[in-house]
Design a protein around this ligand. Structure first.
Ligand code: SF4
Length: 111
């Protein structure tokens, strides 16, 4: 997930000065159109594609591992927050010893 954010920022950093330079070379009404299209085509769409690929690559871990049901698992980064490691289908950082059910403590506090 960090790589997606990193490359999105890099593309923005390159695109903004490019649009700035382009501003002097073309009419204002076309510049806006090209600006909006380039923001979508160079920044937003590639980030969306990378995010879809990230979800696809981690589908097994997110759906079929013990970590997916654990309180210490962060789905957005596919990481165990307790061990600061990425679990895989074949590798659980804690070997299942530290597993805790999701939202268990929050549900008990409500009642
Ligand atoms: S504590 Fe264990 S079961 Fe829970 S997310 Fe981390 S490695 Fe997975």
């Amino acid at each position: 997930m960090g790589a997606i954010i990193f490359w999105t920022i890099i593309r923005i950093v390159i695109l903004i000065p490019s649009l700035w330079l382009l501003f002097d070379w073309m009419e204002y009404r076309y510049w806006w159109m090209i600006g909006i299209m380039s923001i979508y085509g160079i920044v937003l769409h590639p980030a969306y594609i990378q995010y879809r690929m990230f979800l696809d690559e981690n589908k097994e871990v997110l759906n079929n591992t013990l970590c997916a049901t654990c309180e210490h698992f962060d789905e957005t980064a596919v990481i165990c927050l307790k061990y600061d490691k990425h679990p895989t289908v074949d590798y659980l950082p804690c070997d299942g010893v530290e597993w805790e059910p999701k939202n268990n403590s929050r549900n008990n506090e409500e009642y």
